[in-house]
Design a binder for this molecule. Sequence first.
Ligand SMILES: Nc1ncnc2c1ncn2[C@@H]1O[C@H](COP(=O)(O)OP(=O)(O)O)[C@@H](O)[C@H]1O
Ligand SMILES: [Mg+2]
Length: 254
Amino acid sequence: MRSYAIANIKGGSGKTTVAVNLAAGLALAGRKVVLFDLDPQASSTFHLLPQSHNGNLADSLAGEKKIDDILTGTLVSGLQLAPGSRLLAPFDNGAHPTRDRLSHLLAQLPEDIDYVLLDTPPTWGSLLVGTLSCVDAVLIPVSTRELDLHILGLLMDVIDQVKRHRNSRLRIAGVVPNRTVHTRLSAKVEASLRETYGASVYGPVRENARLAEAGGFHAPIQITAPSSTGAEDFAELTRCFLDREEMRFRDLTG
Ligand SMILES: Nc1ncnc2c1ncn2[C@@H]1O[C@H](COP(=O)(O)OP(=O)(O)O)[C@@H](O)[C@H]1O
Ligand SMILES: [Mg+2]
């Protein structure tokens, strides 16, 4: 099992979009996947579940429910969700030992899970730091519609700090340029990402209204609009992610 935080302190960068549609892509490629929704705004949960569900991560972080009791199936076979809730908000302020409890929950997942993706809030609090402290890697979506690369710099500082003091194995799995469009600004932001972060930058996810709509249908893009450019870009992102990550795993084990 490998775990990936989907993180960026900047709201609207595409964390939830990448978390939901990459998780679905991995499951459709035959992997067993769990998506943790650690954002109190619970957007991944809204995106994937039309129905109400039994409990959420706040219950499990509080020790009131086992992870098994909150895992909920989705429309994609092989993809389960650990739902979020606004009740996660108190876990973001440092009053709870989020990191220890979260790593306990990860350790309790069934052994046949291949990938855990963890959608995180756009705040620089205990939920983000706790998540970074117990995952293997972090994947960073960046919106190319705004010139806010200094916020990415802040996130990189947080990642450095966590790596130094809490989780020495933390690795940057990649940067995903999101919402790319044919404007000079978008091209400039994408070029600047490639200049700074080199080969770790994935191919772009283009701006596509179908991606924004998908959440309203409570399903990932592969189901709601399988022939859209959004589905195309997530198929490519999934393929590249599997190539890189599974090649790496083979190198480490073989
Ligand atoms: N590539 C894209 N094309 C069109 N809309 C997008 C795209 N990526 C994200 N969005 C939309 O932008 C908004 C913010 O994206 P979201 O994934 O929720 O960001 P975050 O989780 O980082 O706050 C959402 O309404 C989402 O549907
Ligand atoms: Mg989100």
